[in-house]
Write a protein that binds this ligand. Structure first.
Ligand SMILES: C[S@@+](CC[C@H](N)C(=O)[O-])C[C@H]1O[C@@H](n2cnc3c(N)ncnc32)[C@H](O)[C@@H]1O
Ligand SMILES: [Zn+2]
Length: 375
């Protein structure tokens, strides 16, 4: 955690200021291990492997941190670790996505889903953020909501080279990759829930959330939780699963897509509720059986390994929630949050790049209002 990063964070509980204390510093002077203290509500948040953990509920990482730093923590006996009940769905989202992202290396040449790093750049440049060259507003601070293990951050860093990027996710794999992500200049990664973002409202020029919101109990509420972080005239990009995606394909491919959809409706609740060991066993067996079949259909066959097969099966079948939405629904969320939708994703550009149909609902809105001086 760099000083710039600490400066931007507020207490997710009371929204008060935080004091940063380093237990161990990295070579560049950033906090590698330490705490952030809120003197107003007397909570302390651990910083582990450069990553502040701004959760309001306890996770495995807290117990490990408290054990490792018991002596140092004794200096602040009045501050305690947060211990709220997680919101419905937060714990399972954290568990299933930590298991999923633990399979992927952020600094290797692993694929992100089916995309190489270069393809992620093209996807964002030509399909999702194609409006960037005609944006009238300066984008110097961006918030990424739900960054996974961080693969998409390098692509965003390339497209927004002058921008400070604040990436967030609830999954704990982020702690593991925290050191590797520090290689990217102007990138600051935080573990938190999108329902309790530890930043000042209206403090970002761009909020970006790709493939995330629909994995919560209510996608609409998740959208409403992140929209206030965009400053007036700033941008909000969101991509969520589409309502009719499984109906779009025709013929034999359509039959397979609809069969898969119904299979998912049965397996997803079972797997997300199952104990971790059962999930492990299922994905190990399913991965081994399906790997040759899946690999045969992948564009980047050379890089596609068993970990990618298991990762994609987990992404498809293990999250408890995976809601699907229509364009009108998402347009209404933007409208009610006082945004004008100014761009829609580009299916043609996607087909030109990847030779196939683009799925989902991808929109960018610009927040109404005037731009106040920013601090
Ligand atoms: C399918 S992944 C997409 C990750 C990334 N955007 C990408 O495309 O590589 C969805 C991510 O959203 C995160 N997520 C879902 N709900 C969240 C919440 N309430 N708070 C923070 N992160 C959340 C998950 O942990 C997961 O890493
Ligand atoms: Zn506080």
């Amino acid at each position: 955690m760099t000083p710039e990063h600490a400066h931007r964070l507020v207490c997710p509980k009371c929204r008060g200021p935080l004091r940063s204390i380093a237990f161990a510093e990295a070579e560049d002077g950033a906090v590698r291990d330490g705490v952030l203290l809120c003197d107003a509500c007397r909570l302390r948040y651990p910083v582990v492997n450069r990553v502040p953990v701004m959760l309001l509920f306890r996770a495995a990482v807290h117990a490990q941190f408290d054990r490792k730093h018991a002596a140092a923590l004794a200096a602040w006996p009045d501050h305690r670790a947060p211990d709220d009940e997680p919101l419905p769905g937060e714990r399972t989202t954290q568990e299933t996505f930590t298991e999923e992202w633990d399979l992927i290396e952020v600094d290797g040449d692993d694929l992100s889903f089916t995309y190489t790093q270069d393809e992620l750049v093209s996807l964002n440049r030509d399909v999702w953020l194609k409006w960037l060259p005609r944006s009238t507003e300066n984008i110097s601070r961006a918030l990424v909501v739900g960054c996974g293990a961080g693969k998409e951050l390098a692509a965003l860093g390339q497209l927004l080279p002058e921008c400070e990027i604040y990436a967030t996710d609830i999954n704990l794999s982020v702690v593991r990759v925290g050191g590797a992500l520090a290689n990217q200049p102007r990138l600051h990664v935080t573990i938190c829930s999108l329902f309790h973002l530890p930043f000042k409202k209206e403090s970002f020029d761009l909020v970006y959330s790709q493939g995330v919101l629909h994995h919560n109990r209510s996608t609409r509420e998740a959208f409403a939780a992140i929209a206030p972080f965009v400053r007036p005239r700033g941008y909000l990009f969101v991509w969520v699963y589409g309502l009719d995606d499984h109906l779009v394909k025709k013929g034999w491919a359509g039959l397979v897509a609809r069969f898969n959809y119904h299979l998912e409706m049965v397996l997803r609740p079972l797997l997300s509720w199952a104990p971790k060991g059962v999930r492990e066993a299922f994905f190990h067996v399913a991965g081994s059986l399906l790997h040759p079949l899946i690999k045969a259909r992948i564009r980047n066959k050379a890089q596609w390994g068993m970990a990618n097969t298991i990762h994609s099966l987990r992404d498809w079948l293990s999250p408890r929630y995976a809601h699907v939405h229509s364009y009108n629904e998402v347009l209404e969320w933007y409208e009610r949050a006082a945004f004008d939708v100014m761009d829609v994703q580009a299916p043609g550009a996607y087909r030109d790049l990847f030779g196939k149909q683009l799925w989902g609902v991808g929109l960018t809105g610009q927040k109404r209002g005037s731009h106040p001086p920013r601090t």
